[in-house]
Ligand binder design. Structure first.
Ligand code: SAM
Length: 415
């Protein structure tokens, strides 16, 4: 890794966080939400009563670390998380956040992920590497090192920058690099602010209203977006190639609806041809269509395990679980004929829901299996509700709610 990248994150730990805020809220996101990990890596069948070892590679100020450590602690899982980062300033913030929450399941280390082979910390069930690989001089070498520390049936949650959604960023990075590559940080930040005020209206950055870090995240955001010394972005095929070269395969892309051309098109002739593509080709096409993916978040597993990594609603014993606190509460009161609207970076997509969406959602409590929900609905239904009719409605509901990252599947290990 370059010394310059380390120095940046010593001066500007990213993202900026105040440990005292842990008293008010838990920041949850992707990758590394426990429901997602279980769904996309362990087919919903991981028993969290068993020991679980996770590595957070480039943990920064702790968002992924704190979320996953809290989720595992809430489950009473005998877990160990290893947090690794080159920035001691970022680590200090992450450690203070863990103290605020009384989390004792994290081991903090200041080191480069590139040193993993000599640190002998693995193997891990799960590795989080969010917003880090694209800052390495050789991201492929970094991912190969992470893969070597992964158990055969484990998985990696990745986030890398998306090329199309960052249109304009690299134009400004190039200009600022030419104008002031080696000046002190304060001078470079000042030049960046001046440049932003002078952008012609035709400039691609000026025309991309979804790039907001320089406005919302202070100096650290401005530096990270426009002054980074080592930063690249990926298209879907480039991400698939990066993952494939490490012997991994993509198990899921988050959020799935954004990677499906059918979310954006309704012309039958187009959709018919789209349907003939494989899912990664469709994902790449969706990226080209929408043009607004600023990051790619994916779960990757060893290539030989990809066919069995993701949970499917095929077994009546599977238990659907909703990600609470994201509008799902109101969906439980849906009337027949309801729709769900998904929004992302200037784009809106509307999905039709099955007739019994509301009653099914109202019965999803993280404990009832598909068989339980069917039995309960059938008992209260005047007309007989056969399993195939229920399953057809559930599959359509699941297709939408999983696509918007609000529904996952788990298996009750206690049964
Ligand atoms: C953009 S931040 C992301 C932090 C965190 N993963 C998150 O998503 O909030 C990138 C982090 O990667 C760290 N980093 C960069 N290169 C690294 C390396 N070779 N080994 C470990 N950490 C590294 C930086 O110090 C920084 O804290």
């Amino acid at each position: 890794m370059t010394e310059r990248v380390r120095a940046q994150y010593e001066s500007y730990p990213y993202p900026p966080r105040d440990p005292r805020d842990e008293a008010k809220r838990l920041i949850e996101g992707s990758p590394s939400h426990l429901l997602e990990i279980n769904h996309y890596v362990f087919a919903g069948r991981r028993d969290f009563r068993q020991p679980f070892r996770a590595l957070i590679a480039g943990g920064g100020t702790g968002d992924g670390t704190i979320m996953l450590a809290q989720h595992l602690a809430d489950r009473g899982c005998p877990a160990v998380l290893v947090y690794l980062d080159v920035s001691s300033a970022a680590r200090a913030i992450a450690e203070a956040r863990a103290r605020q929450r009384n989390l004792t399941n994290i081991r903090f280390m200041t080191a480069s992920l590139l040193d993993l082979p000599t640190l002998a910390l693995g193997p891990f069930d799960y590795i989080d590497c969010c917003g880090v690989l694209h800052h390495l001089p050789d991201p492929g070498a970094g991912l190969a090192i992470l893969t070597a520390a992964l158990k055969d049936d484990g998985g990696i949650g990745l986030m890398v920058y998306g090329a199309l959604g960052r249109t304009g960023v690299y134009h400004l990075q190039a200009i600022l690099h030419q104008l002031a590559a080696d000046e002190p940080d304060m001078a470079r930040l000042d030049l960046a602010r001046r440049l932003l005020k002078q952008l012609p209206s035709t400039n691609w950055f000026a025309r991309n209203p979804f790039l907001r870090d320089h406005l919302n995240v202070g100096d650290a955001g401005l530096y990270d977006l426009l002054l980074h010394s080592q930063d690249r972005a990926y298209t879907v095929p480039e991400l698939a190639a990066l993952v494939g070269a490490a012997g991994l395969a993509i198990a899921g892309l988050i959020e799935p609806w954004r990677y499906d051309p059918a979310s954006y098109l309704n012309d039958g002739a187009l959709l018919k041809r789209v349907a003939a593509l494989d899912w990664l080709e469709r994902a790449g096409m969706a990226e080209l269509l929408a043009g607004n993916l600023k990051v790619h978040i994916c779960y990757a597993v060893k290539a030989g395990h990809v066919a069995t990594a993701v949970a499917r609603p095929s077994d009546p014993a599977m238990i659907p679980v909703l990600r609470e606190g994201s509008g799902v509460e109101s969906a439980r009161n849906l009337k027949p004929g309801g729709t769900l609207t998904a929004r992302a970076e200037g784009l809106e997509a509307r999905f039709a829901l099955p007739r019994r969406a509301g009653p099914i959602l109202a019965r999803i409590d993280g404990r009832r299996s598909l068989a339980d929900i069917h039995a309960d609905l059938a008992a209260g239904d005047g007309a007989r509700l056969e399993w195939p009719a229920f399953k057809e409605e559930f599959d359509r509901l699941y297709g939408v709610f999983n696509a918007v990252n609000k529904m996952f599947l788990t298996h009750d290990n206690k049964r």
